[in-house]
Ligand binder design. Structure first.
Ligand code: SF4
Length: 458
């Protein structure tokens, strides 16, 4: 007589995940994790608890390439079964060889960015999926890597421009806009799940819909064009229902952006524009092959501030681009003195493997690039200090990011997570009132430096 051994429930295969790179890569990671969960895979918190590891890489600048290669090496050493995805996955060296395969020949599979289907094929091959997918375990908003109260909403992939310092189009291809109904549904699911701030991202948010000729889609039974202004209007209405914020990133200063500015006075589409200008001198902008390089940016910024006095403008600039003369650089400084950009990042030009700009005449010596970057940042320190000082005495709406015994931190409409400043404040003890992360609170601003604000909740 034989007896049947007791059966234990099948255990789900576990996948470890390392996510590197920009917010767009983060969204790719979230989509892969969501799909894994949908199919019944679990995520592992350590290398040795994982049956396989996925590394989502960045290939934008040399330091990011090295960081990605190191992360793959660590995952191979610690676990051994590694799938690589992301920008570095589609990058080749000067000899035309795949960089990842060359440095780490033991990886199981390599894909480029935005390759959910290929990544899942590789996972199915090397770690077959569980027999019973627990589809109902997937939260409708997907799996998020950001804290619960804010989330990135990627509206398109790729880019139609060909800026001479950038290799993103060769890594990610031309612009492909997501259907507006799909974007709106994702936004609604995120708000329903408790997200209080939605950060709209893409390579060029102003170009949303160009590739599909601004095709009309439907949302809530209404026609909505695949166009930036329609999208922002619809997101603003949705955010109002959920008492949440929408923040716009990577907006190029095309004329139709002017139509979006009045929508920022309602409190839900934040009065915040992240406009990557990169330079001010027309000749440098032409050498950079920048989109909207013929626009009169000073006039445009002035008009935006007239239409929405509280608007915060964030931008990034490059100092020491090939051929930049001292005169062209000083033109940039004069522009910054006049524009008084609220939040500014400046990078010394760094040649990216494969970029057209590497072949331009008259490269600027390393030391001069660095010195010019430092001069921009010194000027910006003064501008930022003055602009933040003007907020002292005002009461601002703040989204709470963290609460500790020593005090809380949060952000105003003027502060995007990770890249801008924060507000430090103490929460009062009020009987019957509890404060939590992801909640809005009014903070009276009492002090400022060049980055951050301090205040109290009365
Ligand atoms: S707009 Fe220019 S810098 Fe931005 S992704 Fe496109 S090519 Fe690159």
């Amino acid at each position: 007589m034989s007896s049947t051994p007791p059966t234990s429930p099948p255990t789900s295969p576990k996948v470890g995940f390392v996510s590197l790179g920009c917010p767009k890569a983060l969204v790719d990671s979230e989509q892969i994790l969501t799909q894994l969960r949908a199919e019944g895979y679990e995520t592992a918190k350590s290398y040795d608890g994982a049956d396989l590891v996925i590394v989502n890489t960045c290939g934008f600048i040399d330091a990011a390439v090295q960081e990605s290669l190191d992360a793959i090496g660590e995952a191979l050493n610690e676990n051994g079964k590694v799938i690589v995805t992301g920008c570095l996955g589609s990058k080749k060296d000067a000899a035309g060889d795949d960089i990842v395969q060359k440095v780490h020949p033991k990886v199981l599979a390599v894909t480029g960015p935005h390759a959910l289907a290929e990544v899942m094929d590789a996972v199915h091959l090397h770690l077959p999926k569980p027999h019973e997918p627990f589809l109902d375990l997937v939260p409708a908003q997907g799996v998020k890597l950001t804290p619960r109260h804010y989330a990135y909403l990627k509206i398109s992939e790729g880019c139609n421009h060909r800026c001479s310092f950038c290799i993103i189009p060769s890594l990610r291809g031309d612009l492909v806009s997501r259907p507006i109904a799909e974007v709106m549904l994702e936004a609604e699911n995120l708000f329903k799940s408790g997200v209080k701030e939605l950060l709209v991202i893409s390579q060029d948010t102003s170009a949303y819909g160009v590739d599909v000729k601004f095709r009309t889609g439907f949302w809530n039974g209404r026609p909505v064009r695949t166009h930036m202004t329609d999208l922002v209007r619809a997101l603003g209405e949705l955010a109002k229902q959920y008492d949440a914020w929408v923040r716009l990133h990577y907006v190029y200063p095309y004329p139709h952006v002017d139509e979006v500015i009045p929508m920022m006075n309602g409190g839900h589409v934040l009065p915040y524009l992240d406009v990557p200008l990169q330079h001010a001198h027309p000749d440098v902008l032409k050498r950079m092959k920048r989109p909207a390089n013929g626009e009169k940016n000073i006039e445009r910024i002035r008009a935006w501030r007239d239409a929405c006095p509280d608007i915060t403008i964030r931008s990034t600039f490059i100092a020491g681009f090939p051929g930049e003369t001292e005169e062209e650089f000083e033109y940039l400084l004069d522009f910054l003195k006049e524009a008084k950009i609220d939040r500014l990042g400046c990078f010394a030009y760094s040649p990216v493997d494969g970029a057209v700009a590497n072949a331009l005449d008259n490269p600027v010596p390393d030391a001069v690039r660095e010195e010019r970057r430092a001069r921009v940042m010194l000027l910006q320190e003064q501008i930022s200090r003055e602009r933040l000082q003007a907020k002292v005495g005002r009461t601002l709406r703040v989204l709470i990011d963290a609460i500790a015994p020593s005090g809380a931190t949060g952000r105003t409409a003027a502060d995007a997570p990770e890249i801008d400043g924060v507000v430090h404040f103490k929460l009062p003890y009020l009987p019957g009132q509890e404060f939590g992360v992801g909640q809005f609170v009014d903070v009276r601003i009492t002090a400022a430096d060049e980055h951050d604000l301090w205040g109290t909740v009365d």
